[in-house]
Design a protein around this ligand. Structure first.
Ligand code: KG4
Ligand code: ZN
Length: 396
């Protein structure tokens, strides 16, 4: 049991400010910071309590995630209204549960972090409003976290990873390559022009009747493939020299193969799943290879093995990891993949992003808005806006 803290002056001022507070080196709190993180931007309701020690060491004190797969499975995808209701029903109980498990009360915290976007707006509001309530009630600073920044920092939950590193964020809503140089300092090298990689998995799985979520089902079926090259799929953006991605053509080609089959059976499913998985893995690795070249030329002075971090649900796919591993080795990079529970949506990564922001004095007012769209790299998004319309909004 940790004794409640008495000094609350700093927090009170921050919590009641309605303006974004800019970093003030003198104002940032010193020593260990304990932060509650809340996440509800897609179909996982999650809460975590994390301590960032004064030396930067990270300790997850308690964490919980509740998925909604069975609620969305009949529809073959996430239904925003169902997701929002489920988040609203569970968020406060989950927050109380992790605090209880950590042996803490809200008054023991130094801050409350919540995903404020991008994501399904009804869901995002569940975490953000709960966080605002706790922040107001316990006079704590609020940290309105970009979900993508959470994913970008997630490898630091388990690895003592120094900046800069190259990040491939590859999930159901996002596919992008980003140089991460620090908290709030991210440069996007490329992003998907249409679907996210996870969507390509999910939609192909739906066509073949494999259930939801589709990615793990495709991976399972692919293991039984007898002819993984049986269904030729196109090389996407073959003449494009950028780090962007495209998956819509792959998805359409897979559907055409499927529609062309007479009374398809499980062997057809397995072979098409393997072809699709290999095509997605190849495309991801090829574009990541290009980004590694750019990273290397930008950070010439770094002579150790350079880090390529693969985060997001699709990064848990073994074929994808193997393709990235081979490409990383070829370019002199080390592939770092967070453990599965931190690859997919979780609240520890939101608490971490919140704690890092709190340490820099970057807190938010209680008027922080829930944002359906919120690119990581505002400059890149302004100059090179993403196209397409995924379930999580911006794919860039
Ligand atoms: O990061 P995540 O949990 O949530 C989002 O932010 O989207 O990623 C979920 C996505 C889904 O599209 C799911 O099908 C995909 O990640 N996924 C996988 C695997 N596990 C999850 N895709 C391929 N292979 C997997 N093993
Ligand atoms: Zn995510």
């Amino acid at each position: 049991m940790i004794a409640p803290k008495r000094q609350r002056g700093y927090c009170k001022v921050m919590a009641l400010s309605h303006d974004q507070v800019h970093p003030q080196p003198g104002a940032a709190p010193q020593g260990a910071l304990t932060v509650l993180g809340l996440e509800s931007s897609c179909d996982d309701t999650a809460a975590a309590v994390l301590r960032r020690h004064g030396d930067g060491r990270i300790e997850v004190l308690a964490e919980a995630v509740v998925g909604q797969n069975s609620a969305h499975a009949p529809f073959g995808g996430v239904v925003p209204e169902i997701a929002a209701r489920a988040h609203a029903e569970r968020m406060d109980g989950l927050a109380a549960g992790v605090l209880n498990e950590a042996g803490l009360s809200p008054f023991d915290l130094d801050g409350v972090a919540a995903t404020a976007g991008p994501g399904l707006i009804g869901g995002v509001m569940a975490a953000l409003m709960t966080a605002k309530g706790i922040a107001l009630g316990a006079s704590l600073p609020l940290l309105a976290v970009n979900h993508l920044e959470g994913h970008a920092l997630s490898p630091r939950l388990t690895h003592a990873l120094a900046f800069p590193y190259l990040l491939l964020l590859v999930s159901g809503g996002h596919t992008q390559l980003v140089i991460v140089e620090g908290v709030g300092r991210m440069t996007r090298l490329g992003s998907t022009l249409d679907d996210a990689a996870g969507e390509a998995f999910d939609k192909t799985a739906k066509v073949m009747g494999l259930g939801f979520p589709g990615g793990p089902a495709v991976e399972r079926f692919a293991q039984d493939a007898e002819a993984p090259d049986r269904f030729p799929l196109p090389m996407m953006l073959a003449r494009d020299a950028s780090c962007n991605f495209s998956f819509a053509g792959l998805k359409t080609a897979a559907r055409r193969h499927w529609d062309g089959l007479d009374a398809p059976n499980d062997q057809d499913r397995a072979d098409l799943a393997a072809s699709m998985q290999a095509a997605i893995a190849r495309h991801l690795a090829q574009r990541a290879g290009r980004a590694m070249g750019i990273f290397k030329s930008r950070f010439e002075a770094l002579d150790s093995l350079l880090p390529l971090v693969a985060a997001g649900g699709v990064a848990s796919n073994t074929a994808v990891r193997e393709a990235l591993q081979a490409e990383a080795q070829h370019h002199g990079f080390e592939l770092i993949a967070p453990p599965l529970k931190y690859c997919t949506d979780n609240a520890a990564m939101i608490a971490l992003a919140g704690a890092e922001r709190l340490a820099l004095g970057l807190t938010d007012g209680l008027d922080a808005a829930a944002r359906p769209r919120w690119p990581l790299d505002q400059d890149a998004a302004a100059h090179d806006p993403a196209s397409g319309s995924g379930r999580k909004g911006p794919k860039a």
